[in-house]
Design a protein around this ligand. Sequence first.
Ligand code: SF4
Length: 355
Amino acid sequence: MIAGLLAAAEAGGTLSVEEGAALLREAPLFALGRAADGVRRRLHPEGVVTYVADRNVNYTNVCGCACAFCAFFRPPDDPEAYVLSEEELDRKIVETIAAGGTRILLQGGLHPDFGLPEAVSLVRAVKKHPIRLHGFSPPEIHHFAATSGRTVADVIAVLREEGLDSIPGGGAEILDDAVRARISPRKIGWEQWAAVMVEAHRQGLRSSATMMFGSVETAESIAAHVLRVRALQEETGGFTAFIPWTFQPGNTALSREAGFDDAAAGGFNHAVGYLRVLAFSRLLLPAVPTVQVSWVTMGAKVAQAGLFFGADDFGSTMMEENVVASAGTVFRMTEPEIVSVIEAAGFRAARRPEG
Ligand code: SF4
């Protein structure tokens, strides 16, 4: 049965959630990897692994959502709460450009006072510089709309007009409301996440899609998530990349919950589980051009192995990273290190022209 499912997925066929879960759980690791590598070779026969030189700027850590998996947010009255000033933002962008960076990844908490005018100010502050802006995940766009009494379509149109270049796929976690009810009950549901992406793609903005796994989900939830992204991609064609990454439990409410077991979390929160999920994603998302490794959560060695499990992109140089670091996971890689890890695996490294 598993061999049949693997062959069907390898040939580009879709699976049911139950079939996907069985494949993810039971396929021999290297058979899964070899099949995903076949899809990667078909889509990227030139043997190039891309990356982008960028900086991850978080404009505020104030957030009313209080997701149980998040170590980054602070309540508004917390001594560590911050909102980046325009001068600080400016300094970070100037530094990024001076260091050869070509993109700012701009994301923040759902600050109760932040609406469309504040988002427009942020876009203007970035786009007065010659740099690409990848910003505002679906929960943020939804929040700007809600606090400003505007529609999601209006917010996207205005931000796009101001120069927003593309949208990060954050806030997806697991696109399954039963899992979201446990790990992010105040955040938008999976259908609202999808609706923001469909509208952004309709307006011509491209985006990535992410998946945070290794918390309380099952193999079925992971399969459902990947199949939902697949269906959305069939509808819009607007996802440029898929980025699965593992839950980092340090300093989170979820890890302090009675009965939560790091080691057992979801069954996939370890190097082998990560490689399984990476390969599964590559196999089941043949219409998404790129699958990225997450060296920020897995480290350089596992990320390098990921290049043989379907990934064709090394993510970004992340000159600054605060969200994963808040959970105590601090991997750092310079651009020369990224290039050397890619080349040591036998690929040619190249900066990604966009996104
Ligand atoms: S994950 Fe995002 S929405 Fe949730 S608490 Fe953290 S900053 Fe807020």
